[in-house]
Design a protein around this ligand. Structure first.
Ligand code: UDP
Ligand code: MG
Length: 323
């Protein structure tokens, strides 16, 4: 029987056959040095090369290793989600399977958690990827994510992070959202910090991503912001926009009437009345959509008995206490 793990390292694997043996050896060595019980969860995200067999061979000889084979390629975020769902350690450490992250950094991340943080996010300060195609867009994206989320990190995209397991409770990831987990955690009250980590060039295999990811990340950011800040009050967004559109429509109409009265310009000579009608209709529709969204939100929470809050801790005197 394997010991109850204290540290769960989880790694998504998609066509990384040449990296797997060294990856396992390096992770085992790094975790061995830390000296706390650990488990390694390798999630095979529908690899089409020899990864599956290599992973199975490792699982067969090491009880601390669990291999989860997804039925097809779902993408890195879903693979990470599968890893998180199966992790049982008090600390969960996701990282990449291509040896670009360095397992030797895990010890320093754990030390930061012990300093009282709930999330330690890696910062690949000296990133070893294509400068123009990868590093520059990611710099811009990181700035944007920081500004929108209000959580100040330099490198959301770094997979190597360390979480206290409690902050992951209830986290559900879609699309490219694995990079936003520290944001979810921070918004739910977690203490988040970052730590510079080593980054190595990819030696074997290919990166699975290009520029198109930036677009996905920006769209996901929009969804995250909306869902977290306004999912419980969609009418504030839709209704706010709707009221603004109606106010705009009324001022455009006022302008058209003003021109008519003051200068005798016929209403049909300017596009203003048309604009006013369009804006008014958009405003009304937006408010109606907000009401619809409010209904959806109630269905969401009430059909699944989902509370609108999350408990951090409950303090209560023991029943047989002397108080
Ligand atoms: N990965 C995955 N499913 C995918 C794409 C990637 O599990 O559909 C894994 C991949 O095997 C690696 C990690 O996610 O362990 C990061 O991928 P990659 O190195 O291609 O990303 P990059 O470092 O270029 O951002
Ligand atoms: Mg990589």
């Amino acid at each position: 029987m394997a010991q109850q793990p204290d540290i769960s390292v989880t790694i998504p694997i998609y066509n990384e056959e040449e990296n797997i043996p060294l990856l396992y050896a390096r992770v085992r060595e790094a975790l061995g040095k830390i000296g706390r019980p650990w488990e390694l969860i390798l999630v095979n995200d529908g690899s089409r090369d020899g990864s599956a067999a290599r992973l199975d061979a490792i699982a067969a000889q090491d009880v601390r290793v669990t291999v989860i084979h997804l039925s097809r390629n779902y993408g890195q975020t879903a693979a990470l989600m599968a890893g998180l769902d199966h992790a049982s350690g008090a600390v969960v450490v996701p990282m990449d399977g291509d040896l670009q992250n360095d397992p030797d950094d895990i010890a320093r991340m754990l030390a930061r958690l012990d300093d009282g943080y709930d999330v330690v996010s890696g910062w690949r300060r000296n990133r070893k990827d294509a400068a123009l195609r990868r590093n520059l867009p990611s710099r811009i994206a990181n700035r944007l994510i920081s500004a929108v989320s209000g959580v100040r990190l330099h490198d959301y995209g770094c997979s190597l992070k360390a979480y206290r397991r409690e902050v992951l409770a209830g986290v559900k990831l879609y699309g490219e959202m694995h990079r936003f987990v520290p944001i979810f955690a921070a918004w739910n009250g977690a203490r988040v910090t970052e730590l510079e980590v080593a980054h190595h060039p990819r030696i074997h295999g290919q990166s699975k991503y290009g520029l198109e990811r930036v677009v996905k990340v920006v769209l996901d950011l929009l969804v995250v912001k909306f869902l977290f800040k306004y999912a419980n009050k969609p009418i504030y967004v839709f209704g706010g926009f709707g009221l603004a559109a109606i106010a705009f429509a009324l001022s455009v109409l006022g302008l058209a009437l003003g021109l008519k009265v003051a200068k005798g310009i016929s209403l049909i000579l300017t596009p203003l009345p048309t604009l006013a009608v369009i804006l008014f209709a958009i405003g009304v529709l937006s408010i109606l959509m907000g009401l619809l969204a409010e209904m959806l939100n109630r269905t969401y929470h009430e059909s699944q008995a989902k509370p609108v809050y999350r408990i951090g801790r409950v303090a209560r005197a023991p029943v047989n206490g002397d108080g």
